[in-house]
Design a protein around this ligand. Sequence first.
Ligand code: DAH
Length: 340
Amino acid sequence: MEEKIKSIEAKINAFAIQSRESLEQFRLQFISKKGEVTALFDELKSATAEQKKWLGKALNELKKLSEEKFRHGQEQLESTLVSKTFDGDLTLPVIPNKSGSQHPLSLTRYRIIEIFERLGFNVEDGPEIEDDWHNFTALNFPENHPAREMQDTFFVEKNPDVLLRTHTSNVQIRLMKNNKPPFRAIMPGRVYRNEAISARAHCFFHQVEGLYVDTNVGFADLKQTLYHFAKEMFGKETKIRLRPSFFPFTEPSAEIDISCLICHGKGCNVCKYSGWVEIAGSGMVHPNVLRNCGIDPEVYTGFAFGMGIERITMLRYSINDLRLFSENDIRFLKQFKPVM
Ligand code: DAH
């Protein structure tokens, strides 16, 4: 027995653990249930009480030796694996955990909020399932007027109409109806339209509405606010242009364009060779809208705007197909900022 212990001890000491395979070999040969050390414990049963005293001790020491050698071998292997991965340079940063990444639309939404918060705008929220009054009527869309068809609506119920909001302008109404002026808020959210899906259109997308109502708010405030936003969002060189437009809830109304980020005004296929890209609709809040919300248009004036988050994100990251935002293709999504 003593001989056996000595010889196994020698074998353990001589065993070279140099790879995962030899580590496993070692485990099988000495530590596992069928290993040599375990087998000696079985023999212990037939020893005399006197023998058991010192044999038990010797076997436990042998067991400890084998386990320590195993653990040490394991640690060595792991550290050589790590240093091999890092090409020997342990000062390199660790391999980052593969956590998820933030959706590009969220990144743009956060950035928009950041810019407007610094101008004193709050963030407001409203329902996606809306009634006709908040989505259309209060916004000065006349009953049965073709203006309603500017936005193809998904109806949940008819008479009385319940629908998926077609724009975030409904939140303007909810905010003004339930609170007292002044208002300075942006309202990001998802909107729905019954449109065929293509690279440029989808049945749902995201907007940010803006509203500023106070005494003495003028068109110059609208222009300066959006100019500031464009420069913060797209860079100092960015120019803006306002084009006359029509929305039932604003008068006058304007479409806001920014100078094309891709060709810097020279003309390319992103700006359709015009040098300008549309980013928002805007205007001075129509007196009827203020009245519908119980606000006196003789005392208060305001401006509003609405922009598409997808459009801004596409410009920001040079993304050319709207469908990428909702397909959840990991190869697309993982290119954006990781979740912290
Ligand atoms: N609601 C409009 C749309 O979805 C966008 C818009 C235009 C919002 C002008 C506004 C605005 O607040 O003043 O097409």
